[in-house]
Design a binder for this molecule. Structure first.
Ligand code: SF4
Ligand code: SF4
Length: 411
C-alpha cells in the first residue's frame, strides 16, 4: 500500500518535471481475434524487433522510466514475446500485459509467477454467452478460451482485470457480465468509448451506444443496483480552465507497432519514430510534444464556455484527434456523458455521494490516471469505477493504476 501511494506521488513528480514514467508498447498489430470495433489496422503486419526494444529500454531506463505496458494487436502474437519479457526483467521495469486471453502461453505464466516486476493482465470480456462474445471478437470459441485463461491465471496466482467495452451488440448482456465478475470477485471495469480506426475509418462507431442506451444503463445502475456512481467535482472554474490537459506526453509515451512515438496510444499523432530518431531526442525536442504540454483546458474549443465542467471527467485529446483530426475541439462523446451525469446528479446529492469522494481521497490526491485533467498539480479529479457499491472498490481502482479505463459505469 505504501508502495502504491508512492507510485501515485511519483506520477505527479514525473509530470511536473516532464519525465517519462510510463511507456505503452504496441508490440505488433497482429491479432488472433477480429473484434468488430478494433481500431488497429492490419492490412500489413508489423512486429517491433527485440533489438530495437533493447535500445529503447536502455534509453528509457536512463531517462527514469520504470513502467511498461505491453499491448497490440495481441501480445502473444509477437514471436519474441518471451524474450521481450526477459529483457523487461533485466532492465527492471514493472510491467502490465494487455491481452485478449485467447491463446496464452502457460510457460510464460509460470515465469511471471516468480516475477516481482509483473503487475497484471488486462483481458477483454464482451459477453457472458458464447454467442455475444464470439460475435464481437468474430472468433469462435473466444469466450471458452478466455475462461480457460482465467483459470490458468488463477492457478499461477497472477493478477488480472477484466474489461468490457460496452456497445450495441452486448447491450443486453452487460449486467450478466458484471454479475459474473462480481460473483467471482474478479476486478472488472466497463469502457464506454469506441473510436474510429487509427487511420480515421469510422466503422467501429456504428456499434457505439447512443444517448438513450447510456441513460438506460445509468437508470439500471441507479434503480436496480442502488449504485452511488456519480462523482462530481467541485471545481473552481477559472482554475479548471487554466489547467493543462491530460498527461499524454508529460509523463507517458506510447510506441506503436510501426515504431511511431505517440504521446498516448489514443493520441496517434507521431512525435517521431524509433527507427529514425533517439527516444531522448523525441522526448526533449519534439515540437509537437512541446506544444501539447502547454495546452490548457481553455484552449479546447467549446470547453471555455461549458456549463458542465463539474461533470466532465476528461477531454481526451486523443479522441478529438481521432474524430476531428485536431486536439483543439471538444470531444462531443465526452460532453454527452457529462450531460447525462448532470441530469442524473440531481437525484444524488446525498451523504453517500460525498463519502465516495472522501474515501477515495479524490479531492486532494494526484492520481495516476491519464484521464485526469492535471496530475501534476493535484487538482480535483473525477473518478468512475466499475463497481462503486463499496468505496473499497474505488480505492482498489486507483491503486491498480489503470490507464484510461474509460468512463466506466459512472455516467
Ligand atoms: S463537457 Fe465537453 S465542453 Fe464541457 S468541459 Fe467537458 S469536454 Fe469540454
Ligand atoms: S486523456 Fe488519456 S487516453 Fe486521452 S490522450 Fe490523454 S492520456 Fe491518452
Amino acid at each position: 500500500m505504501i508502495l502504491k501511494k508512492k507510485f501515485i506521488e511519483l506520477a505527479g513528480v514525473y509530470s511536473s518535471k516532464l519525465l517519462p514514467m510510463h511507456i505503452m508498447l504496441e508490440l505488433t498489430n497482429k491479432c488472433n481475434c477480429k473484434c468488430i470495433h478494433c481500431y488497429i489496422e492490419k492490412e500489413q503486419l508489423f512486429f517491433l524487433p527485440v533489438s530495437k526494444i533493447k535500445i529503447l529500454f536502455d534509453s528509457l531506463k536512463k531517462m527514469g522510466c520504470f513502467k511498461i505496458t505491453f499491448t497490440g494487436g495481441e501480445f502473444f502474437e509477437h514471436p519474441d514475446y518471451f524474450d521481450i519479457i526477459r529483457l523487461t526483467e533485466e532492465f527492471g521495469f514493472i510491467y502490465t500485459i494487455f491481452s485478449n486471453g485467447f491463446s496464452v502461453d502457460e510457460s510464460l505464466l509460470k515465469y511471471l509467477n516468480k516475477s516481482t516486476l509483473f503487475r497484471s493482465f488486462h483481458l477483454s470480456i464482451y459477453g457472458i454467452s458464447d454467442k455475444t462474445n464470439d460475435m464481437i471478437t468474430a472468433t469462435p470459441g473466444s469466450l471458452k478460451k478466455l475462461m480457460s485463461t482465467i483459470e490458468l491465471l488463477k492457478k499461477y496466482n497472477l493478477e488480472f482485470i477484466l474489461k468490457t467495452a460496452l456497445m450495441k451488440p452486448n447491450f443486453n448482456e452487460w449486467e450478466d457480465v458484471m454479475n459474473f465478475c462480481s460473483k467471482n470477485r474478479y476486478t472488472h471495469a466497463f469502457e464506454f468509448m469506441l473510436f474510429p480506426s487509427e487511420t480515421g475509418k469510422t466503422h467501429p462507431m456504428k456499434y457505439a451506444l447512443d444517448k438513450n442506451e447510456l441513460v438506460k444503463i445509468n437508470s439500471i445502475f441507479r434503480d436496480k443496483y442502488k449504485k452511488k456512481l456519480y462523482l462530481k467535482v467541485n471545481r473552481d472554474r477559472e482554475a479548471f480552465l487554466n489547467e493543462k490537459i491530460c498527461v499524454a506526453g508529460k509523463n507517458k509515451l506510447a510506441v506503436s507497432y510501426r515504431g511511431d512515438v505517440f504521446p498516448c496510444l489514443l493520441l496517434r499523432k507521431p512525435a517521431g519514430n524509433i527507427f529514425n530518431d533517439k527516444i531522448e531526442d523525441i522526448w526533449y525536442n519534439s515540437n509537437w510534444l512541446k506544444e501539447l504540454r502547454n495546452v490548457r483546458n481553455r484552449d479546447i474549443q467549446g470547453c471555455g464556455s461549458c456549463d458542465k465542467i463539474e461533470y466532465c471527467k476528461f477531454k481526451c485529446p486523443g479522441i478529438s484527434q481521432l474524430f476531428y483530426g485536431t486536439i483543439y475541439r471538444r470531444p462531443e462523446s465526452r460532453c454527452l456523458i457529462a450531460d447525462i451525469k448532470e441530469s442524473n446528479m440531481k437525484n444524488y446529492e446525498s451523504p453517500e455521494f460525498t463519502k465516495y469522494l472522501s474515501v477515495a481521497d479524490l479531492t486532494e490526491a494526484p492520481i495516476f490516471d491519464p484521464g485526469a485533467s492535471n496530475v501534476s498539480e493535484g487538482i480535483n479529479l473525477t473518478l468512475n469505477v466499475a463497481d462503486c457499491a463499496e468505496a473499497k472498490t474505488a480505492t482498489d481502482y486507483i491503486n491498480q493504476n489503470l490507464y484510461c479505463v474509460e468512463e466506466s459505469t459512472g455516467i
